[in-house]
Design a protein around this ligand. Structure first.
Ligand SMILES: Cc1cc2nc3c(=O)[nH]c(=O)nc-3n(C[C@H](O)[C@H](O)[C@H](O)COP(=O)(O)OP(=O)(O)OC[C@H]3O[C@@H](n4cnc5c(N)ncnc54)[C@H](O)[C@@H]3O)c2cc1C
Length: 436
């Protein structure tokens, strides 16, 4: 039996951040993860294959509205940090329209940009006159702010591809906060309709990224810091049973004894490990897995970062030029990762997905032809995107109150069940430890 003071379930980003906080008051900490020690990182894994660097959990751009959090993330990277311009596009009408689309419409033919602009302004007028208006569903939110053309030809097909659920069966509360200014901004829309370029969300014009090692180096720096302070890591151990003894101690998988648990593994996984009586509740949590297809190409990198692809006939919803973040040695070669979501527990045929991805990249004009492909590879992330089903708040609250009864705090993208980036996870861990 391994004995520890605090056991942290999950050694992803949330697990490491929690360990860093916990170590301020307690030196005996054990992180447990299903992945082996040589394959840790959660969603922040990167792989170097023949000099091409791929982020295995999807492209990870570091940015935040919260300057303090962003500063702390940059500090973890130290000297190993680049500031890069974000050149995102939407593939629409066989063109690359600068992102965000409502700013990029200046590229479209006159009739189309007038129609999109007029509909956006009509929505703004409606919003200004009906401040009490509140979208019930994600679909209401899209159509309530963006008008028919932009909704039908871009936002609806794109979101159907990423979420793979009826958009009117998804909640709106994660995108809509009452009182927030409706976007886009009138001035930007007017400029775009007039055919003039405008930038859009300024806080997203740049991002930070490790100079070497991919996003994993953010994780690795932190991992090294906490292990050097004595934090213990138990890898290759999928948590499937958590028992609480009368004394208040926890026994994890029958062989780890802890006085205290902090959870960062997905809520349905921890509920199932506590008691099978929670299986009804755990089955209500819905998510998408995400397949990442990496492709190395014998072509140079264009001046692009990520391209969003609403076309329903193309398998991926977006692709990113990883070689724009970290250049391969040979400037005449490049590499891409494309993202494909798969609803929870559906079978995944990686060979078929890779084939369709390469075809899609050729159709988008990213790859000239199949002969330019040096190699392709793929990875499955079982937990990619939490789904904001209509009852997500009720289910989350129930799960968190069950964990609280057991004396377990839960945090992270999966431990809080929120569509959070690294910055929001950091903020949530701060808040969790404030109320210790
Ligand atoms: C496609 C994609 C793109 C993203 N892009 C960005 C971006 O551009 N910028 C950004 O800042 N963030 C981005 N993120 C979000 C970022 O990856 C997350 O916020 C962060 O990594 C979440 O960390 P976590 O520890 O909460 O979860 P995870 O990294 O998922 O860690 C959970 C850990 O729990 C372990 N685990 C799960 N079940 C068990 C079990 N039963 N027993 C033991 N261990 C278990 C897993 O192995 C994993 O190590 C993106 C995410 C995705 C999916």
């Amino acid at each position: 039996m391994i004995e520890t003071e605090t056991s942290i379930l999950g050694a992803g980003w949330a697990g490491l951040l929690s360990a860093k906080k916990e170590i301020e008051t307690n030196k005996r900490i054990t992180l447990i993860d299903k992945d082996t020690e040589s394959n840790l990182g959660g969603l922040l894994k990167s792989k170097d294959i023949d000099g091409f660097l791929f982020d295995v959990g999807g492209p990870h751009l570091l940015f935040s509205r919260d300057e303090n959090i962003l500063g702390r993330i940059k500090d973890i990277l130290g000297e190993n940090c680049s500031k890069l311009a974000r050149n995102n596009f939407v593939r629409y009408d066989d063109q690359y329209i600068p992102y965000p689309f409502e700013n990029g419409i200046y590229k479209l033919e006159t009739e189309k940009r007038i129609k999109i602009g007029r509909e956006l302004i009509e929505k703004m007028i409606f919003q200004a006159q009906h401040s009490e208006w509140k979208p019930e569903t994600f679909m209401d939110w899209i159509t309530g702010f963006f008008g028919d053309l932009m909704s039908n030809e871009y936002l609806i097909p794109y979101n159907k591809k990423i979420w793979k659920r009826p958009l009117d069966k998804m909640a709106a509360d994660w995108v809509f906060s009452p009182g927030r200014l409706p976007f886009p901004q009138l001035n930007d829309v007017l400029k775009s309709v007039a055919g003039v370029e405008s930038i859009g969300y300024k806080e997203q014009a740049f991002f930070y990224y490790p100079k070497s090692g991919g996003i994993y180096s953010l994780y690795k720096n932190y991992l090294d810091e906490i292990t050097s302070k004595g934090v213990n890591i138990l890898g290759g151990k999928r948590i499937s049973k958590i028992e609480k003894e009368k004394s208040g101690n926890f026994i994890i998988n029958g062989d780890v004894k802890a006085n205290r648990i902090i959870n960062t593994i997905p809520l349905p996984e921890v509920l199932d490990a506590i008691d099978e009586k929670y299986s009804d509740l755990s089955s209500k949590f819905d998510w998408n897995s995400v397949v990442i297809v990496g492709v190395a190409i014998s072509q140079p990198t264009p001046n692009q970062t990520t391209v969003y692809v609403p076309d329903p006939d193309i398998v991926f919803h977006r692709y990113t030029w990883m070689s724009a973040f970290i250049h391969p040695k040979d400037k005449n070669t490049s590499n891409i990762i494309a993202e494909i979501t798969v609803p929870k527990n559906e079978l995944i045929d990686l060979k078929e997905i890779e084939k369709k991805t390469i075809n899609g990249l050729i159709r988008c004009g990213a790859i000239k032809d199949e002969n330019k492909v040096l190699f392709s590879t793929s990875w499955v992330n079982k937990y990619g995107y939490p789904i904001y089903s209509l009852d997500h708040n009720v289910n989350r609250e129930k799960a968190l109150s069950i964990l609280e009864e057991y004396g377990i705090k839960s945090v992270g993208r999966w431990g809080s069940w929120h569509y959070w980036n690294t910055d929001m996870v950091m903020k949530a861990v701060d808040n969790t430890f404030k109320t210790k």
